[in-house]
Design a protein around this ligand. Structure first.
Ligand SMILES: Nc1nc2c(ncn2[C@@H]2O[C@H](COP(=O)(O)OP(=O)(O)OP(=O)(O)O)[C@@H](O)[C@H]2O)c(=O)[nH]1
Length: 576
């Protein structure tokens, strides 16, 4: 009851603000995606592949959000499609994801902010794995944005929810059933978005061919377990008209549609038509085309169901997976101290890099750890999921609970929100579903976050301490370096002094030697040496001779008694 009231209030708020709804179209080229969008909007908003060259400047052109191309990284599939160049016909386009946003007023006079996501290039490559990957990445990114906003301390009031609510998948009208690409794409995308398989250009089939084609597609969906959107119902709980409506819609799937860009009049009523040589078809005629029914499902009867399923089932499953994967971060964080602590806002990034292998085990442990906790206390408001704050009750069904508590059954494939809500209210035999909800949503994250925060504080303290140690060591080293410099300076000064002294001593010695080598004429004991007479005079010559003989003697002497030159130079010597 509480859930219904809050859902009603949320819807009213949505209606006031305008309901935001996002449709994605995926399918090979030429299957009628552009015509479908134009028909559903009743305006030729999107140009066809071949119309871009003649487009009026005022015409709206989708905006490329992202593109990917393995062989030619610079080639944008949308640009490639817009500016068709035969010279590039041999190139693979890769894939682009484009968006067109507009405001429409639906049948109930309520405003719908519609976003249309197109996928030009899908199926046009030799290997289309890149297309599937790119679309999955895009869808996951929108979930991550929502998750990061949800876990933010201060919510952004202008946050725009870009999650995709419905994917209309165009099966190529071959009549043969699903191809490998269809199976792979639908299977992988179904993790993020409600898939509605559709047969475009269905006017190319006879009634019997179309019925056979639908049967084959349904068989393939069942055989390959592709979780497409189901109009499920509960005969015991749902109203008779709901059961009737859903039975009818289920039997109609996959919708076989005829679409057109051309307006016309049939029986005086303005409509969209296809003209053939033999007549005119009103695309809204439910006898020949399921288009009107599909339009009403998407923009009317099931718009809210599609939104609810996206938020409460697909996004929730993704969110739980991400939050649980944060648990693995603990080990990795211990190994890799370079990584930052997960903040509330970077949770999605962190979770992206983790595996969910420990899911069952971790959840079991956490359930044990927290079974006695008062679940409402101590959980900060900011980390409570949005819907919890809106007073919504648990949305986990029995199967999910089993898987969370370590049971063997996998989560039920998603289907109808009605089926879903019926299982919400049922009590689990062992665990209180509401409590489990809170445990699974808040406590594991709290525990992990707390443990990580403690580790981070420890690390920060260690870092601070080692920084201080380092600073101290650096100061010590600097001091030592200064001391060494001073020592060096002193040593240099001493060395310089020594050198000077040595020089002086050498000079003195040299002077002494020079003095010693000076010829000394001793005149007799006690007589002072007389002045050296000039060279050239007869006296000079005799003196020179005397000197010479004296020198000869002295050298002979010095060779006998080397070193004792002091006595040699004295006049006493002469007396010998
Ligand atoms: N017979 C028939 N032709 C259709 C129908 N819907 C669209 N077409 C035509 O099929 C051709 C391709 O349609 P588009 O809507 O451009 O197909 P698309 O999937 O957007 O193609 P790409 O832009 O290449 O991805 C156009 O000539 C359309 O007029 C239909 O219901 N029946």
């Amino acid at each position: 009851m509480a859930r219904n009231t809050s859902a009603f209030l949320r819807r009213r708020k949505d209606i006031k603000r305008g309901i935001r709804f996002t449709i994605m179209v995926v399918g090979p080229s030429g299957t009628g995606k552009t015509s479908f969008i134009n028909s559903i909007l009743d305006q030729n908003i999107l140009p066809h592949k071949y119309q871009y060259s003649n487009l009026q400047p005022s015409h709206s052109v989708p905006k490329t959000i992202t593109y990917s191309n393995l062989n030619d990284p610079g080639l944008d599939a949308f640009e490639f499609q817009k500016n068709f160049d035969p010279a590039l016909a041999n190139k693979e386009p890769g894939i682009a994801i484009t968006e067109t946003s507009l405001e429409i007023i639906d049948e109930d006079e309520s405003k719908v902010m519609l976003s249309i996501i197109d996928t030009p290039g899908f199926g046009d490559n030799l290997d289309n794995e890149i297309c599937i990957q790119e679309i999955c990445n895009f869808l996951e990114q929108q979930f991550d944005l929502a998750l990061s906003e949800e876990t933010r301390v201060r919510r952004n009031p202008r946050f725009v929810d870009t999650r995709v609510h419905a994917c209309v998948y165009f099966v190529e009208p071959t009549g043969h059933g699903l191809r490998e690409l269809d199976i792979q794409t639908m299977k992988k995308l179904s993790k993020y978005v409600n898939i509605l398989p559709v047969i475009g250009r269905s006017d190319s089939f006879t009634k019997q061919e179309l019925s056979d084609f639908k049967r084959r597609i349904n068989q393939d969906i069942e055989r390959f377990k592709i979780p497409t959107f189901q109009f499920a119902y509960d005969e015991d709980e749902d109203d008779e008209d709901v059961v009737e409506e859903h039975t009818f819609l289920s039997q109609l799937q996959p919708f076989a549609i005829i679409t057109s860009d051309e307006e016309g009049e049939v029986n005086g009523v303005k409509t969209r038509v296809r003209r053939y040589p033999w007549g005119v078809i009103d695309i809204n005629d439910t006898n020949v085309s399921d288009f009107a029914i599909l339009k009403s499902v998407l923009l009317g009867s099931h718009l809210q169901d599609l939104k609810d399923l996206t938020h409460e089932f697909l996004y929730e499953a993704y969110r739980t997976e991400k939050l649980v994967s944060v648990a693995d971060l603990r080990d990795e964080f211990t190994d890799d101290t370079q990584r930052g602590t997960p903040s509330m806002s970077n949770l999605a990034d962190i979770a992206n890099s983790k595996s969910i292998a420990q899911f069952g085990k971790d959840m079991k442990n956490i359930t044990n750890q927290t079974s006695n906790m008062n679940l409402n206390s101590g959980v900060p408001e900011m980390i409570k999921p949005k819907y919890e704050m809106d007073n919504n009750s648990s949305i986990l069904n029995d199967e999910e609970l089993k898987s969370i508590t370590g049971g063997v059954k996998p989560p039920m494939p998603y289907g109808s929100s009605r089926e879903h809500s019926s299982s919400i209210t049922s009590n689990h035999s062992h665990v209180d579903a509401k409590k489990m909800r809170k445990i699974s949503e808040t406590v594991p994250y709290m525990l992990r976050h707390e443990s990580l925060a403690t580790k981070q504080h420890k690390l920060e303290r260690l870092e601070q301490r080692s920084a201080m140690d380092l600073a101290k060591r650096a100061a010590d080293l600097e001091k030592k370096a200064m001391e060494l410099k001073l020592k060096e300076k002193k040593l240099r000064e001493e060395l310089a002094k020594k050198e000077q002294l040595e020089k002086k001593l050498n000079a003195m010695n040299a002077a002494k030697q020079a003095q010693a080598q000076q010829p000394v004429i001793s005149v007799g004991p006690g007589s002072a040496p007389g002045p050296v007479p000039g060279v050239g005079s007869p006296l000079d010559q005799s003196q020179a001779f005397a000197n010479k003989s004296h020198l000869n003697r002295s050298s002979a002497y010095s060779s006998e008694e080397a070193g004792d030159d002091a006595s040699f130079v004295t006049g006493d010597d002469q007396s010998h």
